[in-house]
Design a protein around this ligand. Structure first.
Ligand code: AMP
Ligand code: MN
Ligand code: MN
Ligand code: MN
Length: 286
């Protein structure tokens, strides 16, 4: 069984439609595919339909933009009820924050003499519910300002660069609770991606577990071998589920091919069991 629990379609910053992503997953020899677009469930129906036709299992998920200790932190949510009012309200707030940020980024870029418009960014975001900096990056590539997405982040869009703009994000603790109340389970995404996060070592992750966190994404391209070993030890100590995944973005991210990291079948089973409990607890009559 080959299981990849973290991927993006063009409903956020991936480049494949949900159905094309499902077909690519079959091609890549996957048995289980987690669809985890940023802050939206809008790809789920199309992916489920394609999965039925292709004979692959799609796990409905999302990667929610949160904050922790003053920094951004991504939280993977699996099997939440996408109509749960508190979840819908929070996702709407995040998506509004994304939509409000784009014109501010554009304004900063224009102040640097770049002829970019909000409309051009929207064209690159075409089917996305979650418009993000990668779509701004794609617009900059189309204008010839940069050669690829990475360069756009390095020169313009990352924190500390000239066109960086903050946006709204809920605390990870509150979002863990909301997803649980929606009958889903949560896994902290690439917790040490890009840097060793001092606020998220054993004690910090134990505190998230106390709020209901179910797992840690250990095997991810942004973690080196030492980080993976340390995170695996923390997960064992805290009895958290260990996941591995590609964080595939189609052609939007190099070195993130489908199935480049996978989740062990027994860990996937544990995740499913905990989700079944979450779902029962949520539907239990008061
Ligand atoms: P946003 O959703 O607008 O906050 O943009 C964050 C997204 O941009 C992440 O989900 C990544 O897919 C992508 N990203 C972040 N940093 C980089 C980078 N340095 N190079 C390319 N893509 C990046
Ligand atoms: Mn992304
Ligand atoms: Mn992420
Ligand atoms: Mn991701």
């Amino acid at each position: 069984m080959r299981i990849d629990l973290h991927t993006h379609s063009d409903r956020s910053d991936g480049t494949d439609s949900p159905s094309a992503l499902v077909r690519a997953a079959v091609e890549a020899g996957l048995d289980v595919l987690g669809l985890t677009d940023h802050d939206t469930a809008t790809g789920w129906d199309e992916a489920a339909e394609a999965a039925d036709a292709a004979g692959i299992t799609v796990v409905p998920g999302m990667e929610i933009s949160c904050k922790h200790a003053g920094r951004g932190l991504h939280l993977l949510a699996y099997w939440p009820d996408p109509t749960h009012p508190a979840l819908v309200a929070e996702l709407d707030r995040i998506l509004d924050g994304r939509d409000g940020r784009t014109p501010l980024i554009v304004e900063k870029l224009r102040a640097h003499g770049i002829d970019i418009t909000t409309e051009l960014v929207a064209e690159h975001g075409r089917d996305a519910a979650a418009i993000g900096r990668p779509h701004v990056a794609d617009a900059l590539v189309s204008l010839g300002v940069v050669g690829h997405r990475d360069e756009a982040f390095d020169r313009w869009l990352s924190p500390g660069r000239p066109a960086y703009v903050r946006r709204y994000a809920p605390t990870v603790e509150s979002m863990i609770g909301i997803v649980a109340s929606a009958g889903g389970v949560t896994v902290v995404a690439h917790p040490w991606g890009r840097h060793d996060n001092d606020d998220l070592r054993l004690d910090g992750i134990a505190r998230l577990k106390a709020h209901g966190l179910t797992g840690i994404e250990v095997d991810h391209q942004d973690h080196d071998a030492r980080q993976r070993a340390e995170l695996r030890a923390i997960a064992a100590e805290l009895d958290l589920v260990v996941t591995g995944s590609s964080d595939h973005h189609g052609t939007g991210k190099v070195d993130h091919d489908l199935g480049c990291n996978t989740t062990a079948p027994e860990e996937y089973e544990r995740l499913r069991e905990r989700a079944a409990v979450a779902s029962r607890e949520r539907t239990r009559p008061a």
